[in-house]
Design a protein. Structure first.
Length: 379
């Protein structure tokens, strides 16, 4: 059997990578039925393409590329590829995250890894320095089930003393990939944030709604770091793992031996706000911390949140965007590209190597151009 160019069907299958079709479909949030309708074949045929049982003819590949907004050669074999499953990532809001959106998030993470892998062939990135991590596996060791102890151990290992002013950059300096992918606001409410340690480099994906509040953004990053350090056996959405990651984040950002002496003896929201600015955490976080360490009672704890919500409704204690804090914006991949660019690598070259659109590459590098576009209209 041959295709329209006279190529044997078996030879065409050898050049077509079915995983790339699956990845592109997930990124575009398309169903097999939608692809079938767009290409003029049956859903069963699309299923066979993704299963590797058959390969689409060249004319079908062009239609698929148009539908999924990728170059035709995106589907070709020959590039390094890693496949993640949904169970390989920590999703904080698993139950409220639709399956299609989880699949899209995983496909994005696969592309982030592929970009990282390509850049790492040209630029020496920081070695992964995460206790217990080795080649896609985490071994919590003595700190399994002890998130506060794990946070203290990591502080010692990374030689952190006092407040951590640039948490995201600290994570990047120790070889973790932190990325910021612009899902839509509706999507990020369902995705929240996620991470995986099932790759040669751990990856943490932060999302835009967290960036509207730098303190929430930092706590989320610390929470995902807790998952990477503590939870190799992922149980996405598991309440116990989520609580442990929260306890890790609180101890990492505000170690009890240092923060307890600074907490006010009587609850004072304005004093907590000043203290929060020093430590890079929210007033809410310090209220939780005060209750956790026993400096305020349960009734005081509840009244504090009621009062804070009232003041927030009056415009007090406003959230601050992460854009004012460059140390909290992921930059490792962008800086790695800059180094490679000095050796001659261009965005066009890199996009061609990865077989993706240049606009998609800029997104993965964190270089989206948010400026309004000037359009000239000719009468």
């Amino acid at each position: 059997m041959t295709d329209r160019r006279g190529l044997p069907d078996a030879a065409l299958r050898g050049t077509f990578n079915p995983d790339r079709l699956r990845q592109a479909r997930y990124l575009a949030e398309k169903t097999k039925r939608e692809l079938a309708q767009g290409t003029g074949v049956s859903p069963a045929a699309v299923g066979q393409w993704e299963a590797g049982i058959a390969a689409p003819r060249p004319d079908y590949m062009q239609r698929l590329a148009d539908l999924l907004d990728v170059p035709v050669d995106f589907f070709l074999a020959g590039r390094r590829y890693v496949r993640l499953d949904v169970g390989d990532a920590h999703f904080r809001s698993l139950r409220s995250t639709p399956a299609a959106l989880r699949a899209k998030a995983i496909a994005c993470t696969e592309q982030v890894w592929e970009l990282t892998h390509y850049l790492e062939q040209r630029v020496q990135l920081p070695l992964v320095d995460l206790p217990g991590f080795s080649g896609g596996e985490v071994h919590p060791g003595d700190y399994a089930g002890d998130p506060s102890g794990a946070a203290r151990a990591l502080r010692r290992h990374w030689q952190l003393d006092g407040p951590i002013p640039h948490l995201v950059n600290v994570m990047e300096r120790h070889g973790l990939i932190v990325t910021y992918l612009p899902f839509s606001q509706a999507e990020t409410k369902k995705i929240d944030a996620f991470s995986t340690s099932h790759l040669p480099r751990p990856i943490v994906v932060l999302t835009p709604d967290r960036s509207m509040d730098v303190y929430r953004h930092r706590f989320t990053a610390a929470h995902e770091l807790g998952h990477l350090l503590l939870h190799n056996n992922i149980a996405p959405g598991d309440p116990l793992q989520e609580k442990e990651a929260d306890r890790f984040a609180a101890e990492l950002l505000t170690p009890s031996r240092l923060i307890v002496p600074e907490l006010p003896k009587r609850l004072d929201l304005h004093q907590l706000e000043r203290l929060g600015r020093s430590w890079g955490v929210s007033v809410e976080s310090l209220i939780y911390r005060s209750h956790e360490v026993g400096t305020i009672s349960e009734p005081t704890y509840r009244r504090a949140f009621q009062r804070l919500n009232q003041l927030r409704n009056l415009g007090l204690f406003p959230a601050e965007s992460v854009n004012a804090y460059p140390g909290e914006i992921p930059s490792l991949l962008s800086k790695a590209f800059d180094v490679a660019a000095r050796e001659g690598l261009t965005l066009t070259d890199l996009a061609a190597a990865l077989k993706i659109r240049k606009t998609r590459l800029q997104t993965l590098l964190g270089r989206n151009d948010d400026r309004p576009q000037l359009r000239l209209v000719v009468d």
